[in-house]
Design a protein around this ligand. Structure first.
Ligand code: TRP
Length: 363
């Protein structure tokens, strides 16, 4: 039986989205949305998950819900094709998480590599909030409540998907075939998997101040590109330059296509030629940065303009989210009906149960 494919993915609304999110997932989501290969597409803001480590900062999450919604619309997610919604508005997700909690052991959660690193990152150690510790379970609920077959996310989310699949297998084994095992869909291009920050550090992150945001103005983008980390030993134009760890080239790997050379740097046919010249020596950083800027502006300008356009009518953006929540809830409610039936906690809709109990007590 060929299952109809359903996409679900989301982001924590803890900041505006940046070009790392864009190449790592947003760009792909829009392609998938427009491919016509998927029966349903759900994209959501994991605000409740964001609160698991921002519990004392609800305002941050509240402010960023609208920023992320604007980013979604700006990149081309289309509410006619993709259901855009907010996690906290779907109470079925809490209910499903609660049932899933019985299917996962504490030691299994402790072994989840993503949880492990995040605990270290946030200095939680022994004071981990239970909700944070169990967020892989809640994430499994996010995915399975919509019977998602396909979850396009970065490779850091792989342990979450593995955990979700285990939960589904266990649930279906105990209660009968009810839920769908999801598959991860990773970014294809290596440079896209984890775009480094403009300072060359491993990851773009708001706290490091090394991000280029989708909302940045053309000038902000250029200022950030101009001061990007390259090869610190490449002092004179004539010096040979290194590509490894040189994030200007990593960004070009993620964004540049051959056509860009025709438009902005016709002396070279493609990125390989540019790289060869750089490593040989005789190519200055500024020239490469100007080219990268042209490439980035070409991709980011329409996004920035669409974002500004949507921002003119904020009530309409909230309305899109509200309608998305209503639609998402219908699907989640349907799954939860099936889950309760499978778990035998559907007392009032089960005429056979009432009859059976009547017979048991009255012969
Ligand atoms: N954990 C994801 C992130 O930090 C966000 C997320 C929550 C998610 N639930 C999800 C992603 C379900 C995909 C599917 O980016």
């Amino acid at each position: 039986m060929e299952k109809e494919k359903v996409i679900l993915t989301g982001d924590r609304p803890t900041g505006k989205l940046h070009i790392g999110h864009y190449v790592g997932s947003l760009r792909r989501r829009v392609e998938l949305q427009n491919s016509g290969l998927y029966k349903k597409i759900f994209v959501f803001e994991a605000d409740a998950q964001a609160l698991t480590d921002n519990i004392d900062n609800p305002e941050k999450v509240r402010q960023n819900v609208i920023e992320v919604a604007l980013d979604y619309l700006a990149v081309g997610l289309d509410p006619q094709k993709s259901t855009l919604f907010i996690q906290s508005q779907i109470p079925e997700l809490c209910e499903l998480s609660f049932y899933f909690m019985d299917l996962v052991s504490v030691s299994r959660l402790q072994r989840n590599p993503t949880v492990k690193t995040e605990i270290q990152l946030r200095n939680f150690e022994s004071s981990i909030p239970v909700g944070f510790f169990t967020y892989p379970i809640s994430q499994a609920a996010d995915i399975t409540a919509f019977k998602a077959t396909t979850v396009p996310v970065g490779e850091d989310q792989e342990p979450m998907l593995e955990q979700a699949r285990e939960i589904v297998r266990r649930f279906n084994y105990i209660y009968g075939e009810t839920l769908v095992e999801p598959n991860i869909l990773l970014p294809e291009n290596c440079a896209c998997k984890r775009l480094p920050g403009t300072d060359g550090k491993a990851k773009m992150s708001k706290s490091l101040g090394n991000c280029i945001y989708l909302a940045d103005s053309a000038d902000e983008v250029w200022q950030k590109v101009r001061s990007m980390y390259t090869d610190p030993t490449h002092l004179k134009v004539s010096d040979p330059g290194k590509l490894e760890g040189n994030c200007v080239f990593t960004y070009l790997d993620a964004f540049c296509q051959d056509e860009h050379f025709g438009r902005y740097l016709p002396e070279y046919a493609n990125l390989d030629e540019l790289k060869a010249h750089y490593t040989r020596g005789g190519l200055g950083d500024m020239k490469v940065k100007k080219f990268l800027n042209a490439v980035l502006q070409e991709e980011l300008t329409p996004i920035r303009e669409r974002r500004a356009e949507f921002a003119k009518d904020i009530p309409a953006v909230y309305d899109i989210l509200k309608r998305g929540c209503e639609k998402a809830r219908e699907t989640a409610a349907q799954t939860l009906d099936e889950v309760r039936r499978a778990m035998k906690i559907n007392y009032f809709e089960d005429a056979a149960l009432i009859e059976e109990q009547s017979r048991r007590f009255n012969g």
